[in-house]
Design a protein around this ligand. Structure first.
Ligand SMILES: Cc1ncc(COP(=O)(O)O)c(C=O)c1O
Length: 429
C-alpha cells in the first residue's frame, strides 16, 4: 500500500475523522417506534401489523397488487426463481431443483445473490454480457444467446447500482422466445422506467420481481426482502413456501418442500419506519451523483451512465470509469493486485487505496460472474457470440478493470464529498 501521507501529490489533505461510508443505514427514529410497538404488543414473530402494513404500503408504492415480506432479497430471488422453474418445467422431486438440466440467461455484472438461486434450483447460469450505456444486461448479447441456446425459457435480470436496464427490449426478446423474466430490483428500489410512454417502477417489470432491504440498500430493515407480483396465486404460493409449506390441515402436513424465509414483524417495523423516507434518500443520492459529475468533469473519467430519457435511477451508488487512455497500469490476481502511479493517469486500485488511506470507503465494481472462479466454466455470451479467448470483446471485464464505486452515503456532507473529489484529482497528478 502506498503511503499517501508522504506522497507529495496529497500534501495538505487531512483524513476524515469519522469514516465516510459507501452506503450505510440511515435511521430516522420512527423505526424505533414500530419495533417497540411490536415488542409492547408481543407480536415479535412472523405475523403482525408491521408486516401487513409494509406489504400493503410497498405494493402500493411500487405499483403491484401483492408484496410478500421475506427474510432477505436472496430468499425472494430463490422463491421467484423456483416459481419460474415450476411454472416452466413442473414440480420437482424433493431431492431436485426445478431447473435441473436447464440453462438460464443471467445478468453477468451483478451481485452473486441475483443468480445463485439458479444453482440452488440445479440450473446452469449462462452469463450475458453488459452494455456500456447502462452497465446492465446487453440486449444484443441476449439475442445472440437465444441463437446459441434457443431452448432457454428463463432470464434473470438485475438493475445495477439502481440504474434500470433496457427492459422493453429485453421483454420483447423474452416474448419472442416464450421466456419468463425474474427481475432483481434489489439495488434499484424507487427507480423509474418509461414503459410505453408511462413511468413505472422497477420491481414491476419481470414476471417475478424481487427487492431487498439489506443494510446497505436505499432503505433498510437491517435485512429483509420482498417478492412482488400481480398474481394472487403466486403471492400465496411464495407466502406458503416461505413458512415451511404448511398445508391447511390441523397438523403439519406437507405436499411441497418448504423454507423458513418469512419476514419477522420486528424487521418489518424497521422497514415501516424507513418507507416514508425512500424519496428523500433517492433525492440525496441523486444530489451526490450530480456533485460527483460536476466535480470530476475536468478529469478523464465518466460517471456510471444511464438513459436520461427513459429512466430515473435511484442513484444508489455513484461510480466512475476511467478513460482507456488515462488508465495507469493495474493488474489484478485472484485476491491481490498491483498498480503503478503515473502522471496524468490513475487506476481504480490507486483511487480505492487513496480513499481508504483518508478514511473513506469505495469499492471495486462488482466483479462479473463469468470471471468468478465458481462460475468460470459456465457459458458467457457477448454481442459477438460465445466468448472465447483472451482478446474477445468483454464489456463487463472492461468496466470492472476501469471502474469503481465511490463513497455514496446519503449522510456524507458536501464538504466531505468535495474532499473526496479532491483526493481523486490528486490521484491523476
Ligand atoms: C443485485 C442484488 N441482488 C440481490 C441481493 C441480495 O439481497 P439480500 O442481501 O437482501 O439477500 C443484493 C444485495 O444484497 C443485490 O445487490
Amino acid at each position: 500500500m502506498n503511503n499517501f501521507f508522504k506522497d507529495p501529490r496529497f500534501a495538505g489533505i487531512e483524513p476524515f475523522e469519522k469514516k465516510v461510508w459507501l452506503s450505510s443505514p440511515t435511521m430516522h427514529g420512527e423505526e424505533q417506534h414500530w419495533v417497540d410497538e411490536a415488542i409492547r404488543t408481543n407480536w415479535v414473530s412472523t405475523i403482525g401489523e408491521n408486516i401487513d402494513q409494509v406489504e400493503r404500503q410497498m405494493a402500493e408504492r411500487i405499483g403491484v397488487k401483492y408484496a410478500v415480506g421475506l427474510s432477505c432479497g436472496t430468499a425472494a430471488l430463490h422463491l421467484a426463481t423456483k416459481l419460474a422453474g415450476e411454472k416452466l418445467y413442473g414440480q420437482a422431486r424433493p431431492n431436485a431443483g426445478t431447473l435441473q438440466g436447464r440453462r438460464v440467461f443471467c445478468s453477468d455484472m451483478t451481485f452473486d445473490a441475483s443468480i445463485n438461486p439458479v444453482a440452488y434450483e440445479d440450473g446452469e447460469a449462462v452469463f450475458i454480457d453488459t452494455e456500456p450505456d447502462t452497465w446492465n444486461m446487453c440486449s444484443q448479447a441476449l439475442e445472440k444467446a437465444f441463437e446459441l441456446y434457443p431452448e432457454v425459457k428463463l432470464i434473470v435480470v438485475a438493475h445495477l447500482y439502481g440504474t434500470p436496464g433496457k427492459m422493453d427490449r429485453i421483454r420483447q426478446i423474452a416474448d419472442e422466445h416464450g421466456a419468463l423474466i425474474v427481475e432483481d430490483a434489489a439495488e434499484s428500489l424507487g427507480a423509474k422506467y418509461r414503459l410505453n410512454g408511462q413511468w413505472v417502477e422497477t420491481g414491476t417489470l419481470g414476471d417475478y420481481n424481487c427487492i431487498s432491504f439489506n443494510g446497505n440498500k436505499i432503505i433498510t430493515g437491517s435485512t429483509g426482502g420482498m417478492f412482488l407480483t400481480d398474481s394472487v396465486e403466486d403471492a400465496q404460493k411464495v407466502r406458503k413456501w416461505s413458512t415451511q409449506s404448511r398445508e391447511a390441515a390441523p397438523w403439519y402436513q406437507h405436499e411441497e418442500i418448504g423454507y423458513n424465509y418469512r419476514m419477522s414483524n420486528i424487521i418489518a417495523g424497521i422497514i415501516r419506519g424507513q418507507l416514508p423516507y425512500l424519496d428523500e434518500h433517492i433525492a440525496q443520492k441523486r444530489a451526490i451523483y450530480e456533485r460527483y459529475k460536476a466535480g470530476l468533469a475536468d478529469l478523464p473519467v465518466r460517471m456510471n451512465p444511464f438513459d436520461e430519457e427513459n429512466t430515473q435511477p435511484n442513484h444508489w451508488l455513484s461510480c466512475l470509469i476511467i478513460d482507456q487512455d488515462a488508465m495507469a497500469p493495474q493488474v489484478r490476481g485472484e485476491q491481490d493486485y498491483s498498480y503503478a502511479s503515473m502522471s496524468g493517469k490513475s487506476s481504480p486500485q490507486e483511487i480505492l487505496e487513496a480513499l481508504t488511506a483518508f478514511n473513506a470507503e469505495g469499492r471495486p465494481i462488482w466483479k462479473p460472474m463469468h470471471l468468478q472462479p465458481i462460475y468460470r466454466s459456465h457459458p458467457f455470451v457477448t454481442r459477438q457470440g460465445l466468448c472465447q479467448g483472451k482478446n474477445a470483446l468483454d464489456v463487463g471485464a472492461d468496466i470492472f478493470q476501469r471502474g469503481l464505486c465511490l463513497p455514496s452515503d446519503n449522510k456524507m456532507t458536501s464538504e466531505q464529498q468535495d474532499r473526496i473529489i479532491e483526493i481523486i484529482h490528486r490521484c491523476f497528478r
